[in-house]
Write a protein that binds this ligand. Structure first.
Ligand SMILES: Nc1ncnc2c1ncn2[C@@H]1O[C@H](COP(=O)(O)OP(=O)(O)OP(=O)(O)O)[C@@H](O)[C@H]1O
Ligand SMILES: [Mg+2]
Length: 235
């Protein structure tokens, strides 16, 4: 479903190239749920951004659903992302001036779905993330856990094949974090969506089919000591 071959990412600073990702090659099967762990600064968010086509790698290739996205130009790249990728952030990233329903409908509007189809999907997803009845609320009227559930619905509502989540429970207490996580894993399992979730949490990693470890920009083989990269029981 996804494969990356010999990815490198570097950025220029003070006349020098700083390497963040080195020779990253791996693949994810359809429906696989994989955790990506590693110390702060090891390059996890950068890797997610490169996989999503937000950051452009200095070398290497990413293929998603047989499309070599690293060879796409704008506007094809943005269109591909809108159709095939869902992104969930630690800070929820909801649009504060839009209601919960409007936030959730945004990806469908961008894809030009009919009003009727939009309303049908909205109803389904409001139920799926247990927020029916809150459609007219604004993000700042919701708790952190509720906001992240809206963000999950927004990431899944257009049925993307690939879901990328960057520390989705990082800003939540244990109870809300557990609920958000349960939903994310359950909803992506039903639809056989591929999930790559960056986490510092051993609880999250334990739910994944597989754990990838980044160390200073390089991927290690998953080892029993993957736990040393996480914060134990915390979120
Ligand atoms: N365009 C850029 N300009 C400057 N620094 C960058 C750029 N892109 C990445 N970096 C640096 O690359 C390193 C990796 O950053 P990244 O955010 O990917 O780490 P991370 O593993 O997600 O860390 P955390 O767990 O704290 O979120 C950091 O040192 C960051 O400052
Ligand atoms: Mg990060």
């Amino acid at each position: 479903m996804l494969s990356s071959a010999h990815l490198h990412y570097a950025y220029p600073e003070a006349g020098q190239q700083h390497t963040v990702l080195r020779d990253i090659s791996f693949s994810l099967a359809k429906g696989e749920r994989v955790a990506l762990v590693g110390r702060s600064g090891s390059g996890k968010s950068t890797l997610l951004n490169v996989l999503a086509g937000i950051d452009v790698p200095t070398q290497g290739e990413v293929q998603i659903a047989q499309t070599p996205i690293t060879r796409l130009q704008e506007p094809a790249l943005t269109l591909f992302r809108r159709q095939h990728i869902g992104f969930i952030y630690q800070q929820f990233n909801l649009i504060p001036t839009l209601t919960l329903a409007e936030n959730m409908l945004l990806p469908l509007e961008l894809l030009g779905l009919s009003r009727a189809e939009q309303q049908q999907r909205l109803k389904y997803w409001l139920d799926a993330v247990q927020l029916a009845g809150r459609a007219a609320a604004f993000p700042d009227q919701l708790s952190g856990g509720e906001q992240q559930r809206v963000a999950i619905a927004r990431a899944l509502i257009h049925q993307p094949a690939l879901v990328l989540a960057d520390e989705p429970t990082g800003n939540l207490d244990a109870t809300s974090g557990a609920r958000v996580l349960e939903l994310l894993f359950e909803l992506t399992r039903e639809t056989l969506q591929t999930l790559l979730v960056v986490t510092h949490s051993a609880v999250v990693a334990a739910k994944a089919d597989r754990v990838l470890v980044l160390r200073a920009g390089q991927l290690e083989n998953a080892t029993a000591d993957a736990a040393q990269h996480m914060d134990g029981v915390g979120w």
